[in-house]
Design a protein around this ligand. Sequence first.
Ligand code: GTP
Ligand code: MG
Length: 375
Amino acid sequence: KPPIIVRDFAAALGLKPFKLISELNQQGGFASMNSTIEEAVAIAVAENHNFILEIKHRGEAAEKKVVQEKADPEEEEKRNLESRPPVVCILGHVDHGKTSLLDRIRSANVVSGEAGGITQHIGAYQVEKEGRKITFLDTPGHAAFTKMRARGAHVTDIAVLVVAADDGFMPQTDEALKHAQKAGVSLIVAINKTDVKGANIDQVKTQMQQRNIAAEDWGGETITVPVSALKGEGIDTLLEMILLQADMLELKANPKAEASGIIVESEIDFGRGPMATVIVQRGTLKVGDALVCGTHYARVRAMFDDQGRNIKAAPPSTPVRIIGWSSTPDSGATFRTAKNARDAEDQAETERLRIRQVATRAASAPKEVSVDQLF
Ligand code: GTP
Ligand code: MG
């Protein structure tokens, strides 16, 4: 019979070897990395960790197999978590270079290097840096961010605050900063237009200090990268810093779950009907999936990436354009997978009725307008 070795068994259970060793020793053993475990003990330990140890005897050879039991969903979810790309938005004052920066990043780092191909503006795109992906929200930054936030959507992980080196902090810079802080997203400051006459990086850093977001090299904690969107300088560093920040955030999602995510924007496409750009947050979205988003529903007829290519599956943090909607869903709204198209339609209808009831009830009550709506 092949022996069950501590080292291998720990790996099979997804445990750190020392954890397993200490567990075994608590039962009065003297286990080490290479010691063997008795079958009965191994079965008991496996059970403790929600596993079943299957041992099949076939003549001389015995086959050991650790089988995952239908563990409780929380454990299962934790086990299935995988790291996912960061979702980044770019905020800043008018004319400080948000669009230029997004364009520059995109043209230099298109996934699969098909720069020069037909790039479509789908409200979000993905680039690759050192084999790792980064998702950028490419919507009129501020407005979209605010709209999504107003709906309580947490789609952004990292906000890049663009500050022009010649202008410094302006009213909308502060506004954007406030929103990012309120949303609890991590912040990176890109000091742009470092090429222009009158660029003053230190002045921007002073202003950061005054706002309690001192730059790292000034004894603070805010990653700050001088860039020139025009000349393409500092862009690589910026992307590296985004990845570094993403590592620190340990962004994870379960790609095996049923897909859910956020609508970035939607429109009616002549010929293809209602279309929505979404970012998958959890699970993997597939062609044929039935989706429900408030009073709207869809059976995913086709999906396209940011270069207009047909794709069949979209894992977490992927921006995709979906056709097959009943009508255009609202940006910032959350979609989730339904059992089937019928179920999606039913859920949307239920939501429609619920809203009508609430509206009837609220008709007599005074209206409240939130600051976010006014913005
Ligand atoms: P809005 O969308 O209107 O808020 O502006 P924006 O923040 O998207 O700025 P945009 O990228 O449109 O840039 C505004 C102007 O600044 C354009 O004329 C750009 O060419 C110029 N610009 C952007 N980045 C740089 C830079 O790094 N250096 C210089 N010299 N000019 C830049
Ligand atoms: Mg712009």
